[in-house]
Design a protein around this ligand. Sequence first.
Ligand code: FES
Ligand code: FES
Length: 162
Amino acid sequence: MEHYSIHLTINGKKYTFFVTEEDTLLDVIREKAGLTGTKQGCGCGQCGACTVIMNQKAVNSCCILALQADGSEVETIEGLDSPSGLHPIQEAYIEKGAIQCGFCTPGMIMSTKALLDQNPQPSRPEIREALSGNICRCTGYTKIEEAVQAAAAKLKEVSHES
Ligand code: FES
Ligand code: FES
């Protein structure tokens, strides 16, 4: 099968990958970049486990061909790590008990980040809408929505301090 080169920036680092017409962005992130924090669930756009931020928007990486993503900037859950510890969104999810099995969590957190990057103080309906593509089988969503509100408050505090 023919291979094509693509260029991606993932979590601020530049990469060149050789991909086929069939490879998805998710395949590239997990198998070629080795960033396995992004999960594969349904593989067909239904569950949101594979959510990453591409060019400032939350997307299902299983639904995007690697060739379509050429030249894009991508953020994955690994990009939230910092030497000083967890990202405020991650802290909020832990503090509010919004994680059980954790399989949906990286995707949830990336949808949360995309929302809060655009809308730092979302209402409960706006949170529900932004996370509507992310399925969680464990938590019942209430704690996740509380975590998003807590994350918004934490990020506001951080921005006032800096
Ligand atoms: S794995 Fe991509 S939406 Fe389910
Ligand atoms: S915590 Fe288990 S699927 Fe969401």
